[in-house]
Design a protein around this ligand. Structure first.
Ligand SMILES: Cc1cc2nc3c(=O)[nH]c(=O)nc-3n(C[C@H](O)[C@H](O)[C@H](O)COP(=O)(O)OP(=O)(O)OC[C@H]3O[C@@H](n4cnc5c(N)ncnc54)[C@H](O)[C@@H]3O)c2cc1C
Length: 414
């Protein structure tokens, strides 16, 4: 089998991959190949026809396709080669990719690789809802694709399980298309989606949100005939006497996204048990030298802007690595402390400013996110609202890491 050589191979043509490929080229990599299994660039944004994309990076609220087009245009001006309808099947630790397209199976040897493979939705099987297996049970992203890209209406009366952003956006979208959305049920005692989506997608359309509630049974043989909802107590059990039947022909599951990391696993990259994405340093380099990661494959993003920003950095670093430039040594570990679920990146050099991304365990207000190294307070930032659904981004200047030793801890304090 013929092997082709490229400087930088970017896997995935969503917003993260688009940003990484353009940045790698702009940083001096001659031969950049962007590989996308779908028939067009843009990733998940192609089916997101609502607005709200680009507020942080571009200062305007665009639709998904509008946002993606800006980066597609930038890419086509840059001289990056895109290979559509091409699936990356395998990746080795020494950066050899096996790809499959209508031309057959080929090998690519890359100077560096950026993984921007996005994420996939959790399904009914993943959360083990009991009951029959009728038609009418979908993940929210699948319904979004049916409605927005294929013009297919999936039902007439819907219940949505999970108050993540995709579920909330689909509650509004279904309502606008004439579907009666009976309710959104959320197992947690607080919503999992952004506050703005609760207001704009549920409150504005009088769709009830039932917290601490889940689906405990599914009814119907050929087609879904209804679901049983029940309240969930603080220890995770069903609260007696709270079961109720809701008549519906459609159940939409918005119960979480999982970073798509089959290739990372094949390359032997260390994954975080919390994010389930690769562990990365401040250059977005994974535990395997020369393989970088950005976007939803790294951590599930609520805002696309941050996926683009971090992937831009990953692309620049990949170009440096491929050009035998030196990446800074990484010797400061980053550790999540009280109240922090995870922090990315997980190691840093201390030689340059770092944009940290993190999520908290539980909601709160008027608290501080504090970075400490040894006895030194490196950064303290007030958070008027803490929301587990919203990623927190904090920039720390390089000089703040100096003058202290040991790991950097990040915690929530009063
Ligand atoms: C329904 C929904 C609504 C959203 N709403 C908003 C919003 O209002 N505002 C906002 O800012 N953000 C929003 N987001 C978040 C934003 O869309 C994501 O953060 C962003 O799309 C992540 O980009 P990505 O490139 O990492 O992943 P994706 O867009 O998923 O792209 C990954 C790409 O990789 C390709 N791929 C995967 N594996 C392979 C392989 N082996 N070979 C080749 N190609 C491969 C896939 O085909 C895909 O095109 C929303 C997300 C969803 C799902």
């Amino acid at each position: 089998m013929r092997t082709e050589n490229v400087d930088v191979a970017v896997v995935g043509g969503g917003p993260a991959g688009l940003a990484a490929a353009a940045a790698a080229r702009e940083a001096g990599a001659e031969n950049v190949l962007l590989i996308e299994r779908g028939e067009r660039l843009g990733g998940i944004l192609n089916q997101c026809i609502h607005d709200g994309f680009g507020t942080k990076m571009l200062g305007e609220a665009l639709t998904g396709p509008e946002y993606a087009q800006i980066f597609i245009d930038r890419l086509s001006d840059s001289g990056v080669t895109s290979s559509l309808e091409t699936m990356v099947l395998d990746l080795t630790p020494d950066r050899e990719l096996t790809i499959c397209s209508e031309d057959g199976i080929r090998r690519i040897k890359a100077g560096s690789v950026v993984l921007c493979t996005g994420c996939r939705e959790r399904t009914r099987g993943a959360i083990r809802i009991p009951g029959t297996r009728p038609a009418g049970v979908f993940t929210a992203g699948v319904v979004q694709e049916y409605m927005n890209l294929r013009n297919i209406l999936v039902g007439r009366k819907a219940v949505i399980l999970g108050s993540g952003d995709i579920g909330l956006i689909m509650a509004r979208r279904l309502t606008l298309e004439g579907v009666k959305v009976e309710c959104v049920a959320e197992i947690l005692p607080y919503p999992s989606g952004l506050a703005r989506n609760i207001v704009q997608c549920l409150d504005d359309f009088d769709i009830p949100l039932y917290l601490s509630t889940t689906v405990v049974d599914i009814h119907g043989v050929e087609r879904l005939q209804g679901v049983t909802l029940a309240q969930i107590g603080p220890k995770g059990g069903v609260v007696r006497g709270t079961k109720r039947f809701i008549d519906c022909d459609t159940l939409l599951l918005s119960v979480g996204l999982i970073p798509e990391n089959e290739l990372a696993k094949k390359a032997g990259i260390d994954l975080s048990p919390v994010t389930t994405g690769p562990i990365v340093d401040d250059q977005f380099q994974t535990s395997v030298p020369g393989i970088f990661c950005g976007g939803n494959a790294l951590q599930v993003h609520d805002l696309v802007d941050y996926a683009s920003m971090e992937s831009q950095k990953a692309g620049q670093s990949a170009a440096t690595f491929a050009g035998a430039g030196k990446l800074p040594d990484q010797n400061i570990d980053v550790q999540p402390g009280n109240g922090i679920r995870y922090v990315v990146p997980q190691t840093l050099s201390g030689e340059e400013a770092v944009d940290f991304s993190m999520r908290v365990f539980s909601p709160g207000s008027d608290r501080y996110v504090v970075f400490r190294r040894g006895d030194k307070m490196v950064r303290r930032m007030k958070q008027t609202e803490l929301d587990p659904a919203a990623m927190i981004r904090v920039r720390v200047r390089a000089d703040r890491f100096k003058g202290s030793e040991g790991p950097l801890t990040v915690e929530v304090t009063d």
